[in-house]
Design a protein around this ligand. Structure first.
Ligand code: AMP
Length: 346
């Protein structure tokens, strides 16, 4: 049984080795539902100039759905609904063959994704049931960051990003709180890296233009990126890191709530995708889980399109990636860089 008791310990363990070991064994024993993505194609979207990777992933339609509310529904998520969801909760008692860390800071686990998008795809889950629609806690943000620093700084050349799909229009499939970690394809440069390159850490503030979050100007979907505070090796101020991550996250949440208000989205819940790498976090507020039958979670907004078959791929190409992302998120506005959202409310 693997147990990790502190952030410090999490930063030190040989995490990628552990993940690889558990994955390779589970894969060899048939405990995972996985076939490598095929027909991988790269291209630059002519409109947004963003880089995309499209591939076919056969296992996608085998993934179970266990949502408290389907997209578009506005019924209350009652106690009864939650109890029903909990009867089919795959993260309540994770399979030992898929478990990477049995106990992480007492309240969490790391487990492999049983239906991975690519090799070594894993999840951070709460031990006890918590709603996916609850906000990330500061300690959860710090765990995510520490995992990313550990994996991406290991010298193995691996680059992971993490993502959290929250709210019934976020494209999620499971209601028990979970954050995902996926290895970036080789030679894939996330557009966020370009945006934050050369930028120093700053605390966001609406009324100061240079202190508003960053974004890719040509993208058609609203998204906001903040640079994370970096430290020299061995000099991380853990308390400051915790506070800073929490502040940046809450700022992005508040901005997204204001966007819901601006667009008069009258749903009972609030949906967004949060993505993180070691040096940035990004939020994409969401108004729809899918465009026609093309579902989106965080991955499309990272530039990664995993599609279940060639038919769907044809459709995505016909509609156009920019259009799909704009409809699932909120349209970027002409004067986006001049918009000042409410600093202290929503
Ligand atoms: P989301 O669709 O964002 O809610 O992510 C839920 C993830 O959980 C999906 O990527 C599924 O592949 C994964 N999943 C579903 N069932 C299991 C399971 N029994 N063990 C591990 N991962 C699972």
């Amino acid at each position: 049984m693997v147990e990790v008791k502190s952030i410090e310990e999490l930063s030190q363990i040989k995490l990628f080795d552990l993940i690889r070991e558990v994955f390779d064994k589970a894969y060899a024993n048939g405990d995972l539902v996985y076939k490598e993505p095929t027909n991988i194609e790269h291209f630059k979207d002519p409109e947004s100039q963003l880089q995309y990777e499209i591939s076919i992933l056969e296992g996608l339609d085998k993934r179970p759905n266990n949502r408290a509310r389907e997209p578009g529904e506005e019924e209350d998520v009652t106690k009864e609904v939650i109890e029903k969801v909990q009867t089919k909760d795959p993260f309540a008692t994770p399979e030992p063959e898929l478990t990477v860390i049995d106990s992480l800071l007492d309240d969490y686990r790391l487990i492999l994704n049983k239906y991975p998008n690519t090799k070594y795809h894993f999840l951070l889950v709460t031990k006890d049931f918590e709603k996916q629609d609850s906000l990330l806690k500061p300690i959860e943000l710090q765990i995510i960051r520490t995992i990313l620093e550990n994996l991406n700084g290991s010298g193995d050349g691996v680059k992971y990003f993490s993502f959290f799909n929250s709210g019934s229009e976020s494209g999620y499939s499971q209601f028990h709180k979970h954050v995902q970690f996926l290895k970036l394809p080789e030679h894939f440069m996330p557009f966020q890296d370009n945006i934050i390159s050369g930028v120093n850490y700053f605390l966001p503030k609406e009324i100061v233009q240079e202190r508003r979050p960053l974004f890719a100007k040509k993208a058609r979907f609203k998204h906001y990126i903040l640079k994370l505070k970096e430290y020299n090796e061995g000099e991380v101020d853990r308390e400051e890191e915790l506070d800073s991550l929490a502040m940046l996250y809450m700022y992005l949440i508040k901005r997204s709530l204001n966007i819901n208000k601006e667009f008069e989205i009258d749903k009972r819940d609030f949906s967004y995708n949060l993505m993180m790498m070691n040096d940035w976090m990004m939020i994409v507020p969401r108004r729809s889980a899918k465009y026609e039958d093309i579902w989106q979670n965080s991955l499309g907004f990272m530039g990664l399109f995993f599609l279940k078959d060639e038919d769907l791929k044809g459709k995505v190409q016909q509609v156009g990636i920019s259009k799909i992302l704009e409809e699932c998120g909120f349209p970027m506005e002409e004067d986006e860089h001049q918009i000042v959202y409410n600093e202290y409310g929503y």
